[in-house]
Ligand binder design. Structure first.
Ligand code: IPD
Length: 277
């Protein structure tokens, strides 16, 4: 039986390459920085232009499909996930990196049907690494198969997380305490590359063994979730329960053992949901 979504995936790769080229060209010019919810929530004209390019290109070919895009949501569009084929788009995942020309900047697109992720594409455009994953067909980087490290011993693991300034003092203290708890296990180290999608791909290709985060969004997670799952990784909620794309929280790991240990060490804080807040 033919795969109904393969054509969408092939087209997505083509559009993502164009988006990556646009980002790399913008890096050669001056970057004007604007702010969204706070002084550390950055956005640029390139984020907006790249999202427009992606959505208009896809909408032209698939006019009945739905979209959830980071910048469209920032401009007031809804972010509820329905059963219809839906493209979940982060035009620049790692905007702060982009602004500083720190080299982990990605275009991330996940495609869902009946709320299930069918494929994911993450293009780390400065590194020129195109990660692709189709449900049930494996994960690839620039066409070569990738898989997680398979590490089960957390004391031998490299763990990724992201730390942003939190206005809520209690949340900030919990975030820092979580980092201290993980480091004290001890693990080999903690890293913060600055792009959630790239973080998931680093776990997918075995360069890191786990990644956890509270407070990200479905557009940061959708593309990378497909890649890490297809690379044999485990993906779960921060509580240790099933992963929920709209929950704004996740743990990904090379093995269930490591994911569950991280869930045990982490104290949760309230981050709301993408579909209700
Ligand atoms: C951000 C990145 C970053 C994470 C932030 C996200 P954006 O995405 O994924 O790693 O720490 O929470 O918002 O805003 O650059 O698309």
């Amino acid at each position: 039986m033919s795969d109904p979504w393969q054509e969408c995936m092939d087209y997505c790769i083509e559009v993502t390459k164009r988006a990556g080229k646009m980002i790399c060209e913008a890096l050669q010019k001056d970057i004007a920085v604007m702010h969204k919810s706070s002084a550390v929530d950055l956005v640029t004209e390139t984020d907006q232009k790249v999202e427009q390019l992606i959505i208009s290109s896809i909408r032209e070919k698939y006019p009945t499909h739905s979209f959830i895009g980071e910048e469209s949501v920032a401009a007031g569009a809804p972010s509820a996930l329905s059963d219809s084929p839906t493209w979940i788009i982060d035009p620049i995942d790692g905007t702060t990196n982009f602004v500083h020309r720190f080299p982990f900047v990605s275009v991330s697109i996940g495609f869902t049907v009946k709320k299930e992720i069918e494929f994911g594409i993450v293009y780390s455009c400065i590194e020129d690494k195109m990660y692709t994953a189709r449900k049930g067909k494996g994960a690839f980087c620039n066409g070569a198969p990738i898989k997680v490290s398979g590490q089960e011993d957390i004391s031998k693991s490299l763990v990724l997380t992201e730390m942003g300034f939190k206005k809520d003092v209690e949340q900030f203290q919990t975030m820092m305490a979580n980092i201290r708890n993980i480091l004290s296990i001890p693990v080999h180290g903690i890293r913060s590359p600055g792009s959630a999608a790239v973080n998931m791909c680093l776990v997918a290709c075995g360069s890191a063994d786990a990644y956890y985060h509270m407070g990200i969004h479905c557009w940061d997670m959708a593309g990378g979730a497909a890649v890490v799952r297809e690379a044999g990784g485990v993906i779960m909620d921060i509580s240790g329960g099933p992963f929920d794309l709209m929950s704004r929280r996740l743990i990904v790991a090379s093995s269930r053992m490591i994911a569950e240990r991280i869930a045990k060490e982490i104290t949760e804080f309230h981050v709301g949901r993408d579909d209700t807040d």
